[in-house]
Design a protein around this ligand. Structure first.
Ligand SMILES: NC(=O)c1ccc[n+]([C@@H]2O[C@H](COP(=O)([O-])OP(=O)(O)OC[C@H]3O[C@@H](n4cnc5c(N)ncnc54)[C@H](OP(=O)(O)O)[C@@H]3O)[C@@H](O)[C@H]2O)c1
Length: 357
């Protein structure tokens, strides 16, 4: 069987983008597709477009040395991510027409409107590219529109890495739970805040815990998005929209972050066998969808109470399967990059189905 070759246009080449290209190289012999990167866009580190293939290790090294990618470009020029997508789709028109051109979107989360990620996803789909994103913005703010557009142009809009990294959440439900209705969910889905709460319990400082998460590339570029509950609210909105048919944005999620949680509160909770965790939840009240993110005092025996450091878990309430739990014991950049890998693999499967190879 011939493995399809995917041409990747990376919009965003930060922690996740760089870990992705290295992971794809490390496990190349296990992949069911071939790949090459044909373009990379950043905001402050230039862009490169080369249909013959970009040297990704050199590109990663340049960004890590805070230098510009322009020097790798055969015809360097000032371009935005949007410009790069348009130029790539015109230079690689055959790949686009054959469904082998893929936009991998990993720009930073903008909690006001989900931009520029939504514009990137829309433009890529309109240019006949498949889209894989780890950004929560598109599914949290514009899922319906983008999914309909993807259907209309016969391309895919995948975002497994937007919630709980590479552990399948969206794909699990959409691929393996036909006819099941998700009535609600409850989970700990923001790694940085869970790590901070665990550090405070150990008597460590809030600031040190934030720096540790920044050092590992896990905290959001602006860590207040994690601390104030916005990241969890964006994930909650994405889950509600995709799994429960909602039409909400992160601004519709009732939200309290962890800034007000004091070490004394955590110690007091532990003294009574309890734990405080930042819990994201959603449910239906009649026709209404209720979603919230807030620190909760959890009773002993609550599975969310056991989650420490970088552990995450999500419990879905379903009508046909009862409660289904997904637990992630480790959350590193490898797991996030794996989410993209798994979405690329699904595109490759689809290409095989198309061509009957
Ligand atoms: N890190 C994680 O553990 C994790 C886990 C799950 C999901 N995510 C999501 O993945 C995304 C990326 O995370 P990250 O950790 O890789 O962030 P990051 O290290 O800050 O990288 C973001 C990248 O996007 C680029 N960028 C920003 N705005 C752009 C624009 N308008 N056009 C083109 N490029 C732009 C940045 O360029 P410059 O550096 O030149 O500014 C950088 O290359 C975020 O949406 C995050 O929420 C991250």
């Amino acid at each position: 069987m011939i493995a399809p070759e995917l041409s990747l246009v990376l919009v965003g080449f930060g922690h996740v983008g760089r870990r992705l290209v290295r992971l794809l190289t490390e496990v190349a012999d296990r992949l069911d597709f071939e790949w090459r990167v044909v373009g990379v866009a950043t905001r402050h580190h230039g862009t490169v477009l080369n249909p013959a293939g970009v040297d990704v290790e050199r590109a990663a090294a340049l960004v890590e040395a805070n230098q510009s990618l322009d020097r790798l470009d055969p015809e360097p020029g000032e371009r935005s991510g949007l410009d790069l997508l348009r130029q790539a789709s015109s230079l690689l028109a055959d790949d686009a027409a054959e469904g082998r051109l893929v936009c991998v979107e990993s720009t930073v989360l903008d909690i006001e409107r989900g931009e520029p990620a939504i514009t990137h996803v829309r433009a890529a789909l309109e240019a006949q590219m498949h889209v894989v994103t780890v950004n929560k913005g598109p599914a949290a703010f514009a899922y319906d529109e983008l999914e309909s557009l993807a259907d209309a142009v016969d391309r895919v809009f995948f975002f497994e890495g937007a919630v709980m990294d590479g552990v399948p959440v969206f794909n699990l439900v959409r691929e393996t739970m036909p006819a099941v209705r998700v009535e609600g969910f409850r989970g700990v889905i923001n790694t940085t805040s869970n790590f901070i709460l665990s550090a405070l319990e150990r008597g460590q400082s809030f600031d040190l815990a934030v720096r540790e998460m920044q050092g590992r590339g896990i905290a959001e570029a602006d860590p207040s998005l994690d601390i104030d509950g916005w990241d969890a609210a964006a994930k909650t909105a994405a889950l509600v929209n995709v799994l429960m048919g909602g039409r909400i944005t992160p601004h519709d999620v009732a939200r309290t972050g962890i800034a007000g949680v004091r070490t004394a509160d955590l110690r007091e909770a532990i003294a009574h066998g309890r734990r405080v965790r930042l819990v994201a939840s959603a449910g239906r009240r009649g026709a209404e969808l209720i979603a919230r993110v807030e620190p909760e005092m959890l009773a002993p025996g609550d599975p969310l109470a056991e989650l420490a450091d970088t552990e995450n878990a999500l419990y879905l309430r379903t009508d046909l399967l009862g409660e289904v739990g997904i637990v992630q014991r480790e959350s590193t950049l490898t797991q996030t990059a794996y989410a993209v890998l798994s979405d690329l693999s699904r595109i490759s499967l689809r290409l095989r189905d198309w061509t009957g190879r």
